[in-house]
Design a protein around this ligand. Structure first.
Ligand code: FUB
Ligand code: ZN
Length: 666
């Protein structure tokens, strides 16, 4: 159905076309918001993390294996995986901006990894198991894969090998990864192979992407020094996804404590079958039958990201339906306003539907995992609502995980807290590498590319150089988003090319205006979250549109008990919070008003450049002077308040914050 306006047509989104993220090398970021942040992560965070991993022995583990030692593993069992994740992330940053010094540093790490991997005739490399549990490869024979993380580490190795090859064209790490992948394919699968699954998911999407690498670039097969049948990697991923919930049914994680469950496994009481890893590891029933997203939130989001990736790679409707069901449960019933997930600290897990306390756990890694899931769902469905959620979590739940200076970190990202302090390093430093992985991938999320369509998903100052309909096309975006809703898009094809420009209209926006080459178009229909402009684009065309960005008062779903009678503030995609540094009245003694006379102020000098929201809140007269208790509350009096973006929380002295503020008379 076409609505033609001159030679501009606005068409319905054609559901079902295939779309891919823009390759990183095709996107140049020049954004006022993300540009400086990406520079901090490139120049500070990546070196900071590598140094801290070195200092805490992560690379020595590989040297010990190379030297044939026993025992003495440093860090948690998943330390190898975290190193591989760092390499994947750094590889993406390298793709966008070459850095010979960083590349040669990583080559040095890869030499040590490859030397360790060369010790085993089959190419098995997993330093914790080799040093500490040599009889328990893959968690077999009484091993405890729930903690051991053999397959998680192997998954991260596949990711690192793939991304480092894509960044540099070098195959040393890819060789190590392919040997492991071949070994896993030989070992795991339907009978007579062994029923082994990643207790901590991640390997599923990694194997799908390894498959895609060789499927899309068969010439790479000649560059690795072993046979590759790429379909094996996809089969392996599908086996891992489908084998969840198929086991001996024990131990009973719901009714037995972890020590006893571990004993059952260590004593090999599962016989020839495998043990259950329980709901904690999404193993309580077959994944395709799971109605709700459960268990450890990082594991859950990553298995779902893998499910969506496999659904797309292999056109599997059954996977697609399951991914959609789990996504809807997560987003509509188990997700905080910031996009953070995993409410409970106990087992780092999802709670029941609508149980969303403000002091929730919300691990940075889980927010990142949710981000990967959202992006993969967009690639499956081409619907803007998935990018709306990607945008939410990027600007809020993920971004709060690293300090503005880029060298201290948060594991938990609650919406209400006192005395929070970012840590410089952690016994389990899983979050910084996950954070860097999604931020390394960010340039690729800005645009989606299909044969005859270009999706503008994120509003980020950038320049894309790609090919559409067989023609070289450049497109640039200029914007001050998220502080300003004006976006200018300039297609610049080498010759005039017809394609659909699909511009996401965020779910938070209820109005927008468009002009094309200065001509206004009102009432542009939005389909599947996109305004679709079809025409033959030529160099010099200009699309400008504006999303009004008023301060929004937000109220929780009435089923969320924690936020009954409370409200929060948002502007555009940004969630706001209150901190003591800007508010003389203790924030616990403030009441918000939905008509609080909100005003905004851009402050270039504060928190890396932010828009503040200011207005009038209320406090009790008795509280004004800081009294702790007041038994006879009398009238309220107005006081000024200032809110900052949630992502910038805890970058100043105090670590107190609140997002959801009570309203008077509730
Ligand atoms: O188990 C590896 C990582 O460590 C998990 O994803 C995090 O939740 C932390 O437990
Ligand atoms: Zn983490």
């Amino acid at each position: 159905m076409f609505l033609c306006l001159m030679n501009l047509c606005i068409v319905q989104c054609i559901f079902g076309a295939t779309v891919a993220p823009a390759p990183l090398a095709q996107v140049e970021i020049s954004d006022e918001f993300w540009g400086p942040k990406l520079a901090v992560w490139r120049n500070t965070t990546i070196p900071d993390c590598f140094v801290k991993f070195e200092k805490t022995g992560a690379f020595k583990n590989f040297d010990r294996v190379r030297d044939g030692e026993n025992g003495g593993h440093d860090g948690p069992p998943w330390y190898d995986g975290l190193i591989y994740e760092m390499i994947r992330a750094a590889a993406d940053f390298l793709t966008v901006k070459p850095d010979p010094a960083l590349e040669s540093q990583i080559d040095g790490y890869i030499e040590r990894i490859a030397a360790a991997a060369a010790k085993d005739p089959d190419g098995y490399i997993e330093t914790f198991t080799q040093l500490m549990e040599p009889d328990h490869r893959w968690g077999l024979n009484g091993g405890y894969e729930r903690i051991q993380h053999d397959l998680y580490n192997a998954g991260a190795l596949m990711e690192a090998g793939t991304h480092y090859y894509e960044a540099t064209g070098r195959t040393t790490l890819l060789n190590v990864a392919v040997r492991m992948a071949n070994l896993m394919f030989k070992t795991m699968g339907p009978p007579p192979k062994r029923n082994i699954i990643p207790s901590h998911p991640l390997a599923e999407e990694a194997a799908v992407n390894l498959y895609r690498l060789f499927r899309d670039h068969p010439e790479v097969k000649d560059k690795v020094d072993m046979p590759v049948n790429e379909r094996d990697f996809l089969s392996l991923a599908e086996f891992w996804l489908e084998a969840r919930g198929h086991h001996c049914g024990k131990p009973d994680w719901e009714h037995t404590n972890e020590t006893e469950c571990q004993k059952f496994i260590r004593d090999k009481l599962y016989g020839d079958d495998r043990p259950s890893w329980g709901a904690y590891a999404q193993d309580h029933k077959p994944l395709l039958e799971q109605e709700t997203i459960e268990g450890h939130a990082v594991r859950a989001t990553l298995v779902c990201a893998g499910l969506a990736a496999a659904a797309r790679a292999d056109a599997r409707d059954d996977y697609t339906h399951a991914a959609q069901r789990l996504w809807e449960n997560m987003v509509y019933k188990k997700m905080h306003l910031t996009g953070g997930v995993g409410a409970f600290a106990n087992d780092e897990k999802f709670g029941p539907d609508y149980v969303l306390p403000n002091n929730a756990y919300l691990e940075t890694c889980a927010a990142v995992g949710a981000g990967f899931f959202h992006e993969n769902m967009f690639l499956l469905f081409q619907e803007g609502k998935y990018i709306d959620e990607l945008e939410r979590v990027l600007y809020n739940g993920v971004l709060s995980g690293v300090s503005l200076e880029g060298n201290s970190y948060f594991y938990e990202n609650p919406l209400e807290a006192t005395n929070r302090q970012r840590w410089e390093w952690h016994g389990c430093p899983c979050c910084p590498p996950m954070f860097l992985k999604i931020m390394g991938a960010l340039p690729g999320y800005v645009y989606g590319i299909a044969d005859n369509s270009l999706y503008v998903n994120l509003f980020v100052g950038s320049r894309l150089t790609t090919s559409l309909q067989g023609r070289k096309v450049m497109v640039s975006q200029e914007t001050r988003y998220p502080w300003d809703g004006k976006v200018m898009i300039s297609p610049d094809p080498e010759v005039p090319v017809a394609f659909d420009l699909r511009i996401r209209i965020p779910g938070w926006s209820n109005a927008f205006t468009f002009t094309v080459n200065g001509e206004s178009f009102n009432d542009v229909p939005v389909n599947h979250g996109y305004a679709v402009l079809r025409r033959t684009w030529k160099s010099g065309d200009r699309i400008s549109f504006e999303l009004p960005m008023p301060v929004r008062t937000v109220f929780a779903n009435p089923n969320v008990e924690a936020n009954a009678g409370r409200m929060a503030l948002m502007r555009g995609p940004i969630v706001y919070c209150l901190e003591p540094a800007d508010n003389p009245t203790p924030i616990k003694r403030l009441f918000m008003q939905s008509d609080g006379g909100f005003a905004t102020e851009y402050r270039a000098d504060l928190l890396g450049g932010v828009i503040l929201i200011k207005g009038k809140a209320l406090t009790l007269q008795e509280w004004k002077d800081g009294a702790l208790y007041c038994d006879n509350a009398s009238d309220t009096i107005p006081v000024d308040f200032t809110a900052i973006p949630f992502y910038a929380n805890s970058n100043r002295a105090s670590g107190d914050l609140a997002v959801w503020i009570p309203m008077k008379n509730h």
